[in-house]
Design a protein around this ligand. Structure first.
Ligand code: F6P
Length: 298
């Protein structure tokens, strides 16, 4: 049996752990893996290589994706989709395993409509795959962000500054919420919880009165300009205020233990589905357990 494998969209910590475990198990089952480089773009361009055991040893602890992972604008065109299907056929694949976020899932659904057999693994730091409690990469991203915020807090505390940290998440608040809780933030600004300058200033005053020396604000990306917010707070309170974006360390970080284990379990479940010829499934975590849903039902 020949199985295609690709990682698409923004990479997520844990993708390499999945690739490693999946490839090892697949080789044991005598499956041949055809890996596509650069996600759906690699499928369109038939940019393939055969994954050997040697290639996938000692990569589980690495962030990123050894298969490379990009967003393909060509795949969104009719012509691109047609080329992708052709490449699936030319390679005589029995199924295609795809890892990625919501864009990748949408793409997978388009391929299923055209007869491609898919197994989808939710892999994105954003945790915005609503049918699954957790996506691969989320836990690592939160840990990386918390680690960075803790360090920022230490230097801010040394001079009693107020500080703002912006975290990733695209349209999903989960990273920001978890970071705010884990770092005892004074204020969380998210899609669900926007605040006016007046409210922010009032809350900071209250926390200073309570004895907080370096009030902190965690902001989800795509909501406000944190640098201008910092200036406004500083002007209002006459206290030095700094802002920083945590940025790509959240995405490029090493996978956490939770994500390494999740990746292995996703890999085992994928092999089970393939062995039983159960296709067009989207893997997920429900009530803490690995399971799958029909892609068309999502
Ligand atoms: O989807 C993961 C993510 O890191 C989001 O949190 C962020 O908004 C986006 O990707 C950034 O994508 P890019 O690197 O393509 O600009």
């Amino acid at each position: 049996m020949k199985i295609g494998l690709l990682t698409s969209g923004g990479d997520a910590p844990g993708m390499n752990a999945f690739i490693s475990k999946f490839s090892t198990l697949a080789i044991e089952e005598n499956f041949e893996i055809v890996a596509f480089k650069f996600g759906y773009q690699g499928l369109i361009d038939n940019n393939t290589f055969v994954l050997s055991k040697e290639l996938v040893y000692n990569i589980s602890h690495l962030g990123g994706s050894v298969l490379k992972s990009t967003r393909s604008s060509e795949f969104l065109t009719k012509q691109g989709l047609k080329k992708a299907i052709q490449s699936y056929k030319i390679n005589e694949l029995s199924a295609l395993v795809v890892l990625g976020g919501d864009g990748t899932l949408k793409g997978a659904k388009e391929l299923v409509k055209e007869g491609v057999k898919i197994i989808y693994i939710p892999s994105t730091i954003d945790n915005d795959i609503s049918y699954s409690e957790q996506s691969l990469g989320f836990d690592s991203a939160v840990n990386a962000a918390v680690d960075a915020i803790d360090k920022i807090k230490q230097t801010m505390l040394s001079s009693n500054r107020i500080f703002i940290c912006e975290v990733m998440g695209r349209h999903c608040d989960d990273i920001a919420k978890n970071c705010a809780i884990a770092t005892d933030a004074t204020i969380l600004i998210s899609s669900e919880k926007d605040c006016s300058l007046k409210q922010i200033v009032a809350k900071i005053k209250l926390s200073l009165k309570d004895g907080e020396e370096s009030p902190s604000i965690i902001v989800k990306e795509n909501i406000t300009d944190i640098f201008s917010l910092a200036k406004q707070i500083q002007n209002n309170l006459d206290i030095e205020t700094r802002a920083c974006k945590i940025g790509y360390v959240q995405r490029g970080t090493q996978p956490s233990v939770v994500d390494r284990i999740l990746a292995r379990n996703f890999a085992k479940e994928t092999i089970t589905l393939l062995k039983n010829k159960k296709y067009n499934k989207a893997l997920c975590v429900i009530k803490g357990k690995i399971t799958s849903k029909n892609i068309n039902d999502i």
